[in-house]
Design a binder for this molecule. Structure first.
Ligand code: FAD
Ligand code: SIN
Length: 561
């Protein structure tokens, strides 16, 4: 693949790059968007590290799709809305579920080698699905999906890929009439390439930067998931919604020396049982569906069992299944755990919950438009409302394929209506990021800031929250934000780590403020001081705009751009 840095022109000490449609992120959403946009115009896709590094790449369980003989679109919609606990946008769900069928069929057509049984994909079961509807490739569905999409992107002549290109801030221009700001337009992004600032200008921009699991110390997410897109969008004036709803996956591996690693829900779907350190099976105490209860219920139950037994994990037991089945169905989990001395054919798997997925994000309508003209968002960074207060397992990859394709087409159409490239803009910066780039902080102090954010979020803004703890974290985050002014400037080599720390702080604040505002429990948001579901007051969303307190707004998608 072409070395991206050599492709960026250096002019007057600044690098710049012009494109019709700019896509930020190389997960399923960004890759699918690139393919759709490339049918109409020239595309540049940038990504933080390598093309393959993304949450998508590590997806295990599969893609939910209503293709099985006993399944229907209506049932899939019903299950999705039930998991979403009253906050799903039904129109967006209908679109995802129905357009998901041709999107998955097309992926198969393009060569995705999913598991088959006779003439049909081998559908598996996951929690809170009323049918077996998950198509998969063993336990490495994400890798298979990205391999197929990446191959197609690389074979498409008018898609230009820039790897190791770290997006910092969106380039925006506000039109004002009589001193009143009217429309904010997005013209691309500022980025860091080879420790240098780069200005990438575009007629239309798509944010597909994925999730933010790394703001927590325990997570299933890879290193790239520091919430960069959420933070950049918020700084640029995007409407952010549902930010209190962070999903914690019940089973991440808890093993000395092992990296963050997910143990797929499909293990429970295939009969895996949860037991505590005393050897007691416990899920039936908490929910009639036992191990296949909704994720928030299983995560909370594990947390309670860990507290009751005073032990830092519980165990997942799949040893009753034949060894050949385990090897064929869960090769990645088998291999990975084996590297750390655990044989899942005979050993119990030590697990505990970890941050997994963000239901909220940049508010978009079903055309993936944001409230900034020329800016589109899709995948985990966006919030169309498809997941409501809690995402149904394996609906995320489906969302990425459906809304990624829609974003690509819509952005290309928008770009074709723009008469010329935007004016020659250089980064104007914003208070936090320009301050960061002008100071000198060593990596150790940046890592200490990141660690402090993770610790306070884990303590007070994770599976169980309460008002006192949330206020304490809010104060700590505000202190950290203020203290950033005292942190000496990062050398250029640490600039990415520094911007990540700012991004983590920005998203941590949004999540904490929203969690404090929602005085009820719903979906993934559980308040010990408000433990009940309160539809009378809270059948609403919380909207966050930069420099404003959280605002409670009715449900419904945005079309205010
Ligand atoms: P991602 O796939 O995360 O891609 C984001 C991209 O943006 C990455 O390439 C990243 O490098 C890039 N990026 C980020 N910041 C910047 C920046 N500043 N500048 C430039 N580029 C940037 N969902 C399912 O439906 N089924 C599953 O089986 C499943 N299993 C999962 C297993 C794991 C371990 C994890 C972590 C998640 C899983 N999920 C699953 C959730 C799902 O994988 C993600 O929600 C989905 O893949 C998100 O796709 P995306 O394209 O929005 O973002
Ligand atoms: C898993 O395999 O458990 C993850 C599935 C998902 O997050 O949808």
């Amino acid at each position: 693949m072409e070395n991206p840095t050599s492709a960026v022109k250096i002019e007057d000490g600044h690098s710049s790059w012009d494109t019709d449609v700019l896509i930020i992120g190389s997960g399923a959403a960004g890759l699918r968007a690139a393919l759709a946009a490339s049918e109409h115009t020239n595309v540049t896709l940038i990504t933080k590290t390598t093309l393959t590094e993304s949450n998508t790449h590590y997806a295990q369980g599969g893609i939910a799709v209503a293709m099985n003989l006993d399944d229907t679109i209506a049932l899939h919609i019903k299950d999705t809305c039930a998991a979403g606990a009253g906050l799903c946008d039904v129109k967006a769900v209908e679109m995802m579920v129905s357009e998901g069928i041709p999107r998955v069929a097309e992926l198969l057509d393009w060569g995705a080698d999913f598991d088959w049984e006779g003439t049909l994909p081998r559908f598996t079961q996951e929690a809170a699905h009323s049918r077996r509807r998950i198509v998969h490739k063993g336990d490495a569905t994400g890798r298979e999906t990205t391999d197929v999409l990446i191959q197609r992107v690389l074979n498409t002549e008018n898609i230009h890929v820039l790897q190791n290109t770290f997006a910092i801030d969106l380039l925006t221009d506000a039109e004002t009439t009589e001193g009143r700001e009217e429309t904010v337009t997005c013209y691309g992004v500022t980025a860091i390439v080879d420790e240098k600032a780069v200005c990438i200008r575009a007629r239309a921009t798509i944010l597909a930067t994925g999730g933010l699991g790394r703001i927590y110390p325990c997570t299933s997410n890879p290193k790239v998931a520091t919430g960069d897109g959420f933070a950049a969008a918020w700084r640029a004036g995007c409407e952010m919604v549902d930010m209190e709803f962070v999903q914690f996956h019940p089973t991440t591996l808890y093993l000395d020396g092992a990296p963050n690693f997910l143990i797929s829900e499909a293990v429970r779907g295939e009969g895996g049982q949860l037991i505590n350190i005393r050897g007691e099976r416990f899920m039936e105490k908490y929910h009639e569906k036992g191990e296949l209860a909704p994720r928030d219920v299983v995560s909370r139950a594990i947390q309670v069992e860990m507290e009751l037994t005073g032990f830092p994990c519980v165990y997942l037991d799949i040893t009753h299944k034949p060894a050949e089945f385990i090897l064929e169905r869960f090769p990645t989990i088998s291999d990975t755990t084996k590297r750390f001395g655990l044989d899942i054919n005979v050993d119990l798997i030590p697990v505990r919950p970890g941050a997994h997925f963000m239901m909220g994000g940049i508010r978009t309508n079903t055309d993936t438009e944001t409230n900034l003209k020329g800016l589109y968002a899709c995948g985990e960074v966006a919030c169309t409302g498809v997941h409501g207060a809690n995402r149904l397992a394996s609906n995320s990859l489906l969302e990425c394929l459906v809304y990624g394709a829609r974003a690509g087409t819509n952005a290309a159409m928008f770009a074709s209506l723009q008469p010329s490239y935007p004016p020659d803009m250089l980064p104007t910066g914003n208070t936090e990021t320009s301050r960061m780039s002008s100071v000198e902080a060593d990596l150790a102090s940046i890592e200490a800031i990141k660690g402090a954010i993770q610790e306070t979020l884990w303590e007070n803004v994770s599976i169980e929250r309460n008002g006192e703890g949330l206020k304490q974290t809010l104060a700590e985050l505000q202190d950290l934000t203020t203290n950033l002014g005292d942190v000496p400037a990062a050398p250029e080599s640490d600039a990415i780590a520094m911007v990540e720390a700012i991004n983590m702080l920005n998203v941590a604040l949004m999540i904490t403020q929203s969690a404090l505002a929602r005085t009820e429990s719903r979906g993934a948001h559980y308040r010990a001081d408000f433990p009940t579901y309160n539809d009378t007051d809270w059948h609403r969303r919380i909207l966050i705009l930069r420099d404003n307190p959280p605002e409670v707004v009715p449900l419904g998608t945005l079309v205010s751009s």
